[in-house]
Design a protein. Structure first.
Length: 496
């Protein structure tokens, strides 16, 4: 009881930023956990053909969301919310108007070419229509989520996210079990539940902003959002091309093994993204206030933590795969190290993409992402036939490294031009990345030596425990102090 009281007291002493980051991370893990639980349930309740349609629906929904909404909450709204905080009502309502109009354009295109599109996509028309209707309102939900993160209002966001995450699969399972429309309930239960809440938010934002069209914000959304389309589609292609090409070269069994490894690593990718989402609001405020010196130091401190957590996955890969799948999937262990490294590299380049987005310099995103996707496909064609499905993990890692380097140099040029200062110098980041790759490679050779691996696990866990207070401070963005900040604006503006 005493320990419980101490924990409650410790939690109560955390600043709101730390509590928000903690709960956003927990919420994302629960959400992902529910999604993973749903897969074996749906695969058993649906026929094989229905489950194939369900998987195809998820893939096309992700693609369509990029085209119909430009995913404005990622590409434009977050930094615009910082730039135009005093006009955020008109900003929000007019961007919802833009997204609504763009979705309508795609609906008209679908109605004109419905037969051809239905044949090419390969889904029942009712699912395509449901998918399109979902796009009308998802932007309102995502805008609301961005606002909650920026205001550290974790209670509302966590409650709403969990309500959707829990209720949608329950409705889906009941619909599959008690109706003749199992595929429709499985595919559309989450979009339907989320849309009900999003419609309320859509009406609320429009009524308070009272502006459907704003020329400045619409042009900005086009200027910033459109270049993000090739970027986001290419990232999807990088993540999906491996499995498509493994299936082509090695067969479905190897594809399944690779997919298990990817699923295992996706949990930590979710963790990395949650930390990055918590960091971005703080970084945007620092950029707006011209306080550049703390940004890279804080980002690299968090990177050390991310590296340690991802090393835990590499060390424990045999046990993780044993829990997730039968023994015949054990070869997935060999893919965990490069995929875990991809997660770390992705965490690094996300900071650069966020800075490019803040300064509205996203034009090069398209070129970089296309180059990375083309490189990944080319390397897959070269190495998968020769070395098998394991090569796909390393080709993806190579593509991500090239992608990160391109963004690093691009941000250097942007910050030099915009602020006459290098926001990211890269030395510590490079050292962390090299150390992680080296340690990950060493740990990958120790899978047959359980005692050594568990000893390494104990050492990392001990270090995380000893530095737990420092780790807690990493999400305390309101109180973070940096030596460079105390030197004054003249030092902040130094260039290399």
């Amino acid at each position: 009881m005493n320990n419980k009281s101490k924990l409650i007291k410790l939690y109560g002493a955390l600043p709101v930023q730390a509590r928000a980051a903690l709960w956003f991370t927990i919420c994302n893990f629960i959400n992902k956990g529910i999604s993973l639980i749903v897969v074996p349930i749906y695969s058993r309740l649906l026929t094989q053909t229905e489950y194939g349609y369900y998987s195809l629906f998820l893939t096309w929904n992700n693609i369509l969301m990029i085209l119909t909404t430009l995913e404005l909450w990622r590409s434009y709204y977050a930094p615009a919310y910082v730039h135009h905080r005093e006009d955020e009502k008109r900003l929000t309502s007019s961007l919802l108007g833009f997204s609504f109009t763009l979705t309508t354009v795609w609906v008209i295109i679908y109605l004109i070419f419905a037969d051809w599109i239905n044949a090419k996509i390969g889904l029942p028309p009712v699912l395509i229509v449901g998918m399109l209707l979902y796009q009308y309102f998802i932007t309102a939900w995502e805008f609301w989520a961005v606002r909650q993160r920026f205001n550290y209002n974790y209670r509302a966001l966590v409650a709403a996210t969990l309500a959707v995450s829990v209720s949608a699969p329950v409705i889906g399972v009941l619909g599959i079990y008690y109706s003749d429309f199992g595929l429709e309930f499985a595919s559309l239960s989450k979009p339907a539940v989320q849309s009900l809440a999003a419609i309320v938010l859509f009406v609320y934002f429009l009524s308070r902003g009272k502006q459907f069209f704003n020329r400045h914000y619409w042009l900005d959304a086009i200027k910033i959002g459109v270049p993000f389309v090739p970027y986001m589609l290419s990232i999807l292609l990088i993540n999906q091309a491996d499995r498509i090409m493994i299936n082509s070269y090695c067969g479905a069994e190897k594809t399944a093994i690779y997919s298990v490894a990817y699923s295992a690593a996706s949990i930590l990718q979710l963790f990395n993204t949650a930390i990055s989402d918590s960091f971005n609001p703080w970084m945007y405020e620092k950029l707006k206030g011209k306080s550049f010196a703390p940004i890279e130091k804080r980002a690299d401190q968090i990177l050390l933590f991310i590296c340690a957590v991802n090393l835990l996955l590499i060390i424990m890969a045999p046990e993780v795969i044993y829990i997730m799948a039968p023994a015949k999937y054990y070869d997935a262990v060999r893919v965990i190290p490069p995929i875990a490294a991809c997660s770390v590299i992705m965490f690094i380049f996300q900071r650069y993409v966020s800075v490019e987005t803040f300064y509205k310099k996203t034009a090069m995103n398209s070129a970089f992402s296309v180059v990375a996707a083309a490189l990944n496909i080319g390397l897959n064609m070269l190495f998968i036939p020769k070395y098998g499905f394991i090569a796909a993990g390393y080709t993806t890692l190579a593509s991500y490294i090239v992608f990160a380097l391109m963004h690093f140099f691009c941000v250097g040029l942007i910050s030099k031009k915009q602020e006459k200062v290098l926001i990211f110098k890269g030395r510590t980041t490079l050292l962390c990345a090299f150390a992680f790759l080296a340690l990950g490679g060493v740990f990958a050779t120790l899978y047959e030596y359980m005692i050594i691996r568990f000893a390494l696990l104990a050492v990392i866990c001990l270090l995380l425990f000893l530095f737990r207070k420092k780790l807690a401070e990493l999400v305390n963005f309101s109180k973070f102090k940096n030596i460079e900040e105390q030197k004054g604006n003249s030092d902040v503006r130094e260039t290399e």
